[in-house]
Every structure is written in structure tokens, then in C-alpha cells.
Design a protein around this ligand. Structure first.
Ligand SMILES: NC(=O)C1=CN([C@@H]2O[C@H](COP(=O)(O)OP(=O)(O)OC[C@H]3O[C@@H](n4cnc5c(N)ncnc54)[C@H](O)[C@@H]3O)[C@@H](O)[C@H]2O)C=CC1
Ligand SMILES: CC(C)CC(=O)C(=O)O
Length: 365
């Protein structure tokens, strides 16, 4: 990868490599855009096939956070971290403390939270070294695990999408295929089950599948079969790029709405969904619940306010669908326009975030 070419092409600000031999930390922090404020985005720990794959993931996820935070109306820019390693085998507290010191060295330009492979205890370790971490449990007024709130946002967004596609927001009796039943999707399945939806689930983790079968009467299929099942809604809740050339022709659903980041392998797959009449709820609009929740920590966490703000996802999606219908464009382009307009408006008066100006962190208690 020609790194500077890539950074220039998609207008990234910063890419940092952080290494700590003693703890085994190998982290990549990508900061995409801080026009709206400090970059907030989670830390993913994953076993990447190569360093290049890890860099690409960090970059793509960071850009997604810029758009997510902008579309959600947050005064925050976009960034993300990936830690290379197996979260089940390679984690240790010192690793997250070392990572926390690297975050601290950025003086607030980047704030972290959980993502795939990391949890509240990891954030608590980071918090021993830096205040620029959210989703922690270790002090009063902490937001804790964002996943259930992300799930609530997906549920709201799925209802808005169902209303647009089926003429009713009710999910009762709808058949919903859920790919990956981890932290977010387990809570999502609970809400869907309570509303009377029929669930078909898959996961590479057999225990996760078993739990969904026991708790929600879900039907289970093998991981690769989830694309072929007869369903109304496909909910990708595992990793990215599952909407691609191989899977689109197999989808029976009328709606794609789930929590995974970067669901479209590339932009053209958003065009193909549009052409096929499959309504796509843009990933970074529908899955903003977690970041809305942890961002509230920055102004003194109030759960009631955070949950109230998460309800905005319903309206944000209605706005995306209205732009898409008005301009006859795919929903992913409509969402990009919404986010880019907000960033551009701010860019007219200022650009990068620097710590010694008034910003969201001024409210931190
Ligand atoms: N946790 C949060 O609050 C947020 C999460 N997201 C995104 O939502 C997605 C899920 O996040 P979490 O639930 O936190 O992660 P998780 O790690 O708890 O759950 C992901 C699940 O997907 C399964 N999985 C992985 N590859 C699979 C495959 N090929 N087929 C079937 N299952 C597979 C895993 O075994 C795991 O159970 C990720 O893409 C994440 O970036 C987005 C916004 C916020
Ligand atoms: C998990 C969230 C709190 C932040 C994030 O990284 C995301 O929304 O993808």
C-alpha cells in the first residue's frame, strides 16, 4: 500500500503505529477528520492476516466514524484503533495501559471506546493512563458497555426502515436473518423477539448460536447459509464487507439493516442494492447508538439523555430515505451527503481540531 497516496486520496489527517514490546502491544490509530471536534472511535482487537489488512481496517473504520459522528449530529471527528492480536489469547492489562499512554500523548485529538474484541475492563485499564477514553465503568457517571445502546439504535432504525419498505414499522411476524449474535446482536435479538419477530441466526461461535436458540427460539443456520434464507430483513451484525458480488444475488430480503461497520464491500454494492430494490439502512447512520451513548460521557453521563438522543436515529434514517427518494439516489449516497454537508459547513469556519480551543471536552467533569 502506498500509504501517503491513500491518506491523500481519502483525506486522512494522521496514522500512528504504537508498539510496546513488554506487553506485546501492536496498535494502529487512524485519525480521519477532526473538523467537527476530537476524533472518537472504538478500539478493535483482531487477528489480521497481514499488517496491511490491519492498516486498511483501521483507515476504513476511522473514515466511517467521521461520517457516523457527523450524521449523528455529534461535535466529534472520526478515528479508530486496531490492535493486532487474538483477544482470547493475547490480551493483558499492561497492553491496554501502554495503549492508554499512547492515547494520552495525543492530548485529546483521539478518544477511544470499545469495539469488536475489547470490553469495559480493557477501557478501565486505559482509563488508568488517560482521560481520553469512554465506555468505562470505573468512575461514577461512566457509560459502560455501549453494545445494548447500539442495539436499541439498530432496533429503532430497523423500524424506520421497515416503515419505508413495508409501509409499517411493526416488526411483528417479520423474518429477520441475523449474522453474528455477539454483544450488539444478542441485545437486538431480545428486542426483536419481544416484538414478535421470527429470528434466523448464525455465528462462527457455536455458544453464541446456542444462546440465541435457547433465549429467543431462534432458528440456526451455518455461517455461509445466512445469505440464502427466506427472510424480510437481513441484519449484518458481525464484520464488514458482507454485501458484495457473491452475496447480493443470494439475498431474498427487502431490507438490509444491521450493526456491522462497513457493510458494503465497495460503493458499487450500494448501487446494486438500490437497483434491485433492496432498501439499505446506511451502516453508520443506523449503528450510531453506541457512540451517541459514550459521547454523552464527555459532558457528564446522563443515561436518560443518552437514550433519548439515540431515538434520533429513527428520524435520521427518515431524512436519508427522503433525500434518496427526492434525488433518486442510493441511500448510502444520501447519507454521505448529510454527513458531508455538516462537515463542510464547519470547515468554512475552521478545520483541524486542536486542544487549546473551546471544544466538547471543556464540559468533562
Ligand atoms: N459494540 C458496539 O457498540 C458497536 C458495534 N458496531 C459494529 O457491530 C458489529 C458487531 O459488534 P459487537 O457485537 O460489539 O461484536 P462481537 O465481537 O461481540 O460480535 C460479533 C459476532 O460476530 C461473530 N462473527 C464473526 N465473523 C462471523 C462470520 N463470518 N459469520 C458469522 N458470525 C461471525 C463473532 O463470533 C461474534 O459473535 C461490528 O462490526 C462492530 O464494529 C458498530 C457500532 C457500535
Ligand atoms: C463502539 C462505539 C462506542 C464506537 C465505535 O467505534 C463505533 O460506533 O463503531
Amino acid at each position: 500500500m502506498e500509504i501517503f497516496n491513500y491518506l491523500e486520496k481519502y483525506d486522512y489527517e494522521q496514522l500512528l503505529f504504537c508498539q510496546d514490546k513488554q506487553s506485546g502491544l501492536k496498535a494502529i490509530i487512524a485519525i480521519h477528520d477532526t473538523t467537527l471536534g476530537p476524533a472518537l472511535g472504538g478500539t478493535r482487537m483482531w487477528t489480521y492476516a497481514s499488517e496491511e489488512e490491519a492498516i486498511e481496517d483501521a483507515l476504513r473504520l476511522a473514515k466511517g466514524m467521521t461520517y457516523k459522528n457527523a450524521a449523528a449530529g455529534l461535535d466529534l471527528g472520526g478515528g479508530k484503533t486496531v490492535i493486532i492480536g487474538d483477544p482470547k489469547r493475547d490480551k493483558n492489562p499492561e497492553m491496554f495501559r501502554a495503549f492508554g499512554r499512547y492515547i494520552q500523548s495525543l492530548s485529546g485529538r483521539y478518544i477511544t471506546a470499545e469495539d469488536v474484541g475489547t470490553n469495559e475492563s480493557d477501557m478501565d485499564q486505559i482509563a488508568l493512563e488517560t482521560e481520553y477514553v469512554t465506555g468505562v465503568t470505573s468512575y461514577s457517571g461512566a457509560a459502560g458497555n455501549p453494545s445494548p445502546v447500539t442495539a436499541l439504535g439498530i432496533y429503532q432504525g430497523m423500524k424506520a426502515t421497515a416503515k419505508e419498505a413495508f409501509g409499517t414499522e411493526s416488526l411483528e411476524g417479520k423474518v429477520i436473518a441475523v449474522q453474528g449474535v455477539g454483544n450488539v446482536a444478542y441485545s437486538l435479538c431480545k428486542l426483536l423477539h419481544e416484538e414478535g419477530a421470527e429470528l434466523i441466526v448464525t455465528d462462527i461461535n457455536k455458544n453464541a448460536v446456542q444462546r440465541a436458540q435457547n433465549d429467543f427460539n431462534a432458528k440456526a443456520v451455518d455461517p455461509d447459509d445466512i445469505y440464502d434464507v427466506d427472510c424480510d430483513i437481513y441484519a449484518p451484525c458481525a464484520l464488514g464487507a458482507t454485501i458484495n458480488d457473491n452475496t447480493i444475488p443470494r439475498l431474498k430480503a427487502k431490507v438490509v439493516a444491521g450493526s456491522a461497520n462497513n457493510q458494503l464491500k465497495s460503493h458499487e454494492h450500494g448501487d446494486i442494492l438500490h437497483q434491485r430494490g433492496i432498501l439499505y439502512a446506511p451502516d453508520y447512520v443506523i449503528n450510531a447508538g453506541g457512540v451517541i451513548n459514550v459521547a454523552d460521557e464527555l459532558i457528564g453521563y446522563n443515561r436518560e439523555r443518552a437514550l433519548h438522543n439515540v431515538q434520533r436515529i429513527y428520524k435520521n434514517l427518515e431524512q436519508v430515505f427522503a433525500i434518496s427518494n427526492r434525488d433518486q439516489i442510493p441511500t448510502y449516497i444520501a447519507a454521505d451527503r448529510l454527513a458531508e454537508e455538516r462537515i463542510q459547513a464547519k470547515k468554512n469556519s475552521r478545520s483541524q481540531f486542536i486542544i487549546n480551543e473551546r471544544n466538547i471536552l471543556d464540559h468533562r467533569q
